[in-house]
Design a protein around this ligand. Structure first.
Ligand code: UDP
Length: 238
């Protein structure tokens, strides 16, 4: 008999950049399809899944601000970018038959639901994937922080952070062949050594609520499913 999944309810954070694949901008449909397939397989294990998607493949507030825009205006554009990504992800999940709801922190009634925690809970209990769009709905925040916030609000057992590498390393493994991958690492080590896992606000929010962060390679086909089965390579921040 196969073992039960490591976690019962999880939030998957995927950055906008991850959705670009090898492109310089926008969305790579092949990447979206691969991630959607992996999510479908995790849902089939009986895991309740929600998601936060970034927007860096389209627009980042800091980039707008450094070009002279008002930061709050630029961040509003960044949040709108995450809604586009969320709708794209919903499209590919539903093509695979995975019922999905998008809830936006900035109400957009004709496109998606507004963020309502209790309604999102109900969707997840019914096996629907809920994609939280528009970050926290506030400027000066990131979608990493939104991910830690929503994971806590939704009572998730873990925050799964899909990145370009298969865990947290002592140095950048793409530059340093001697870099070591950690199996587990503490929140404090991540903060004090400034390891690029998630921003400090997100790590602190996870730490305060004892929410484990599991870092894995989103580009490895089937990696999300493998992590949920306790297989493959990943690092857990606890
Ligand atoms: N953003 C924001 N508030 C939030 C989340 C995001 O203002 O709560 C804006 C911000 O401008 C950010 C952009 O949305 O640059 C895209 O999000 P992020 O940079 O976190 O995306 P990722 O790096 O994950 O692709």
């Amino acid at each position: 008999m196969s073992r039960p999944p490591l976690y019962k309810r999880v939030l998957l954070k995927v950055s906008g950049e991850a959705l670009m694949g090898n492109r310089d901008y926008g969305l790579d449909i092949a990447v979206l399809k691969n991630i959607a397939e992996d999510i479908r397989d995790v849902v089939a294990l009986g895991v309740e899944v929600c998601m936060v998607i970034g927007g860096g493949n389209i627009f980042r507030g800091v980039a707008g601000a450094s070009a002279g825009m008002d930061r709050t205006q630029a961040d509003a554009m960044g949040m709108l970018a995450t809604v586009m990504n969320a709708l794209a992800m919903q499209n590919w999940l539903e093509k695979l038959g995975v019922p999905t709801r998008v809830q936006s922190a900035i109400p957009m009634a004709s496109l998606c639901e507004p963020f309502i925690r209790r309604r999102a809970m109900r969707h997840m209990e019914k096996g629907r994937v809920v994609i939280f769009a528009a970050g926290t709905g506030n400027p000066f925040f990131t979608t990493d922080t939104a991910a830690a916030l929503r994971a806590n609000e939704m009572g998730c057992d873990a925050l799964l952070k899909g990145t370009q590498v298969d865990g947290v390393y002592s140095a950048d493994p793409r530059k340093n062949p001697n870099a070591e991958r950690y199996t587990t690492i503490t929140y404090l080590d991540v903060l004090s050594r400034d390891l690029a896992v998630m921003d400090a606000a997100a790590i602190s929010l996870a730490r305060e609520n004892k929410l484990p962060i599991v870092v894995f390679n989103i580009h490895e086909p089937g990696a999300f499913t493998a992590v949920m089965k306790g297989e493959g390579k990943f690092t857990t921040v606890v």
